[in-house]
Design a protein. Structure first.
Length: 251
């Protein structure tokens, strides 16, 4: 591999290394956290392992991201077809309304129907994360030069082939940018799920707030921040390898 290739992975690997070091090394920093909370009986969160909380947090965000991408991209494809353009204003308004609700309010409304735990948290994350994906998917699909689509049809491609072989590849960089925003936001938002029984990296934060232990809050916030930076840098690396607006214009 070339030096430039490795340089592109520098930041993702750096943030991943720091995340893993914090996940497994925080229990060894008791003296440092004791300075934050000198009067606390315990300064290292021990009700669950940080590695276990990290995995559960990642799985929850990944599941929400998959659902939000399927919903957002699917809706964008539907309303960008000739037969679905009448639904474009409705789809945009519904997605916008979903993000205007505070996540805590969504959780409060979802708990009576879905119970406590993962399901209402997943519902809130999907609702909160679909708007950036929908908006970027629409921008990517509508930003393709009409001449490109005409050329594809002139080659005898069916509408399905034009979508999969031309439109989605050319719009992929913009769609990934929306997914990047959505996932990064939801990494932080998922912590609120700990208030209704979902096991996430928000557990130390909620426990610290309830018990007045700032050390717990710092530990949870640090891990969530490092996870967000790791995932965001990975998305940036993927995004940079996809065809961008210049490729669309050249078509």
């Amino acid at each position: 591999m070339t030096a430039s290739h490795w340089q592109g992975w520098r930041w993702p690997l750096l943030w991943l290394g720091l995340l893993l070091a914090a996940t497994f090394g925080l229990p060894q920093l008791e003296a440092g956290f004791r300075a934050i909370e000198p009067g606390a009986r315990a300064v290292i969160y021990s009700q669950a392992s940080f590695s276990g909380l990290l995995v559960k947090h990642l799985l929850l965000v990944a599941a929400a991201a998959c659902a939000a991408v399927a919903l957002g991209v699917g809706t964008a494809i539907m309303v960008s077809r000739p037969w679905g353009r009448d639904f474009l204003p409705l789809a945009s308004q519904v997605a916008s309304i979903g993000q205007t609700f505070p996540p805590v309010a969504v959780l409060a409304l979802a708990v009576p129907a879905l119970g406590f735990g993962v399901l209402p948290t997943l519902f809130a994350l999907v609702l909160y994360g679909v708007l950036p994906i929908l908006r970027n998917s629409l921008a990517g699909l509508h930003g393709i030069a009409p001449a490109v689509l005409e050329a594809a049809r002139g080659m005898g491609m069916s509408p399905w082939q034009v979508l999969w072989q031309v439109e989605l590849p050319l719009a992929s960089a913009v769609i990934v940018a929306g997914s990047r925003t959505s996932v990064t936001i939801n990494i932080a938002t998922a912590a609120i799920g700990s208030t209704i029984g979902a096991s996430t990296l928000g557990d130390p934060i909620i426990s610290g707030l309830v018990n007045g232990n700032s050390a717990y809050v710092v530990q949870g916030a640090l891990l969530i921040g490092l996870l967000a930076l790791t995932v965001d840098s990975l998305f940036e690396r993927v995004q940079n390898r996809l065809p961008g607006p210049a490729a669309v214009a050249l078509g």
